[in-house]
Design a protein around this ligand. Structure first.
Ligand code: GLO
Ligand code: MG
Length: 344
């Protein structure tokens, strides 16, 4: 039944609207106020960057960080929410300008590893067992700047360090082919899963597949998800949409290509995604034009579109689909799907 899915988003999905060409256009909303919006919008899970939970954590001792994170856990409990994952934000500090785990400077790499250990303390304090690794600056602007073989060795080494430091967590790598870098080292699901098998504990490393990132890589999101499912590695998802090859748009799920969204939901629903506790995670941004009081519609709408697509997936005449596949009449199958999506 639609409604059995649990949804999550990160506090950065309610944002002020700044882009590379213009300033903020909406007021900041305090984290505690954002938390109050989750249930109202139909969400149960909160995705965290480490410093969403513990701002200015670089200025705090490990003990202070844990204490602050425990306070945040209490805030979640009070709202009836749970933390879905924690991600180390290792792309804003001056020491990660040239990459975090793949920086050419050993002192900078050590900073990134140390910060990741603090992130893993926060993961325990928030009582989640999932880490997301978006490897934002692990890439180059020019090929000559780094050694791509060594970069992979270093990413594996950093992941091994995390696996050893906190044996309770699983790590979901979030591949993305570009932005902010010209070329990222882990651009696709295939790359992420190959990395998983180089680590010391492959069964603890999987992926977070983001719709827009797969499209930026010229791939199909549902096929990428199918690939990860075949390896039992789809630890979580970042659903959204993307209009072609341009900057990472993080549009409302299904708002560009409803059929592409239908196929993602169809696959997730068919393979019981969510039954082992996985969240339907969103990573969506409101349009910059949206006024303050209307700047959460992208979240409620993405969730609603997902649930309506679950209904469409389940009401599709599967016998007809099978028959057309046997007859190899894909023109008719095409029409069947289009008619179904058009409510005919
Ligand atoms: C950016 C990513 C980013 C991550 C988030 C969690 O393109 O999608 O939003 O998902 O920082 O690590
Ligand atoms: Mg994302």
């Amino acid at each position: 039944m639609p409604g059995e899915y649990r949804f999550s988003f990160g506090p950065w999905n309610i944002h002020e609207g700044a882009d590379p060409f213009g300033p903020t256009v909406r007021d900041s909303i305090a984290f505690s106020k954002k938390l109050k919006m989750y249930k109202q919008l139909g969400f149960d899970g909160v995705q965290f960057h480490d410093d969403d939970a513990v701002p200015d954590m670089n200025d705090l001792s490990p003990e202070q960080i844990i204490k602050k994170a425990e306070e945040v856990k209490k805030m979640l409990d009070d709202e009836g929410l749970v933390a879905e994952f924690v991600a180390p934000r290792v792309w804003e500090d001056a020491r990660t300008i040239d990459g975090a785990y793949t920086s050419n400077d050993p002192a900078c790499r050590e900073y990134a590893k140390e910060r990741s250990r603090r992130m893993l303390d926060i993961t325990d304090a928030l009582d989640t067992k999932l880490v997301v690794l978006w490897l934002a600056r692990e890439g180059t602007y020019i090929r000559e700047a780094k050694n791509s073989k060594v970069a992979v060795d270093r990413i594996v080494e950093a992941i091994n360090d995390m696996l050893t430091y906190n044996p309770r967590v699983k790590i979901a790598i979030e591949p993305k082919p570009n932005e902010p870098m010209d070329q990222a080292y882990i651009p696709t699901t295939g790359h992420a899963l190959a990395i998983a098998y180089l680590t010391s504990e492959p069964e603890r490393v999987g992926v977070n597949i983001e719709t827009a990132h797969t499209i930026l890589a010229g791939l199909d999101p549902s096929d990428e998800m199918g690939f990860a499912l075949a390896f039992n590695k789809l630890f979580t998802v970042h659903l959204n949409d993307q209009n072609g090859l341009k900057f990472d748009e993080d549009k409302t799920f299904g708002s560009v290509d409803i059929r592409r969204a239908f196929n993602q939901v169809r696959l997730l629903d068919r393979y019981d995604y969510g039954k082992s506790g996985e969240f339907v995670g969103l990573d969506v941004k409101a349009m910059r034009t949206q006024k303050q009081e209307m700047a959460t519609k992208h979240l409620a709408n993405s969730r609603m579109i997902f649930l309506r697509l679950v209904e469409l997936v389940r009401s599709l005449d599967q016998d007809k689909v099978e028959k057309l596949i046997v007859e190899r009449d894909y023109e008719e199958l095409d029409m069947l799907i289009i008619n179904h999506l058009m409510g005919r």
